[in-house]
Design a protein around this ligand. Structure first.
Ligand code: SAM
Length: 301
């Protein structure tokens, strides 16, 4: 016999993504008037460009709430305290350090966690405003925030300045596909030069995921680590959940920018190339009927 609480939880999970979509719809009129007031008719008339601005406006408000729920997974992940999809009390791996790519960094919601994880008393000083400023050469050497959405990239720049990470954190306003395009930005990420890649809820939104995940794999050094927290295609829950997720995605893809919920991102990461170690799993506390299940963990090259 199914308990009332389980039934309530099940229905809550089925309805959850639709509530998200309803919130997104509320940002549609504001995005239209924003673009009209800027006379940006090119963006207004391009479904994909409009979708990106619309999603950017939605995420700027909803993202912080998502962060509150995701912190219990993302903070331990970046601290090297995740094993088998679960946060541990002890450090079981390595925390992020060295040269780091934060992919799809958005408005910099996780920048404070980067500052904290890379922080040690000898590595930081406080400025007159009390902001913690990192000294170069300790923990994080350089972080490249890869963010193609112009509006989000501007907010990201402001955020890293506010938290005193701007001496270490460089905003790269291009997509993964343009990382080594000399006409897109001034820098270059050499193959095999990166210590850590961080992807938090972003591989759902990138174009050509298989190809772009492989581009990122090539950027990693031998021994480099990929830290991932992503929502993915349902694997548990049987045919009903698979069909329900597919149906939800068919509406979701029209109101959530380039985000897709049916991607087998865990598989794409595993298949990106040979890995020395893979510790990537769905958090065991997620029920089989979760419409947006996740994978959490690290892959070591
Ligand atoms: C759901 S948001 C997540 C942002 C951030 N990681 C967070 O947790 O707040 C997905 C992000 O992926 C970015 N994105 C889309 N296409 C991309 C690409 N080709 N390369 C890198 N990032 C991309 C979007 O602009 C967006 O900021």
């Amino acid at each position: 016999m199914v308990s009332f609480d389980t039934l309530k939880d099940f229905l809550g999970h089925l309805v959850g993504p639709w509530l998200f979509m309803r919130i997104s719809l509320r940002f549609w009129p504001g995005t239209v008037s924003q673009l009209i007031s800027k006379s940006d008719f090119r963006t207004l008339l391009s479904p994909s460009a409009f979708g990106e601005v619309w999603f950017g406006n939605f995420w700027a408000v909803v993202g912080p709430q998502v962060k509150i729920n995701a912190e219990k997974r993302v903070v331990p992940l970046l601290e090297g305290r995740v094993h088998d999809g679960q946060a541990c009390d002890e450090v079981v791996g390595e925390p992020i350090d060295g040269i780091v790519l934060e992919i799809g960094a958005g408005t910099g919601m996780w920048a404070d966690v980067f500052a904290k994880v890379g922080k040690s008393t000898s590595a930081t000083t406080e400025d007159d405003n009390g902001a913690v400023r990192r000294r170069k050469g300790a923990g994080l050497k350089r972080v490249y925030g890869i963010e193609p959405n112009i509006q989000s990239a501007a907010a990201l720049r402001k955020r890293v300045q506010e938290i005193g990470l701007d001496d270490v954190y460089e905003v790269v306003p291009v997509g993964i596909e343009d990382l080594n395009n000399p006409t897109a930005w001034e820098g270059r990420i050499e193959p095999g030069s990166v210590d850590c890649i961080v992807t938090i809820l972003c591989l759902c939104s990138i174009p050509e995921p298989e190809k772009n995940i492989r581009i990122l794999y090539d950027c990693l050094k031998k021994g480099g680590r990929w830290y991932a927290y992503e929502h993915v295609q349902v694997e548990r829950g049987g045919v009903f959940m698979w069909l329900y997720q597919w149906f939800t995605n068919s509406v979701w893809s029209n109101v959530m920018g380039s985000c897709r919920i049916c991607r087998a991102t865990g598989k794409s990461l595993r298949n990106a190339g040979p890995w020395d170690k893979i510790d990537l799993a769905q958090p065991p506390d997620e029920p089989a009927y979760q419409v947006l299940p996740h994978v959490l963990g690290t892959l070591t090259k």
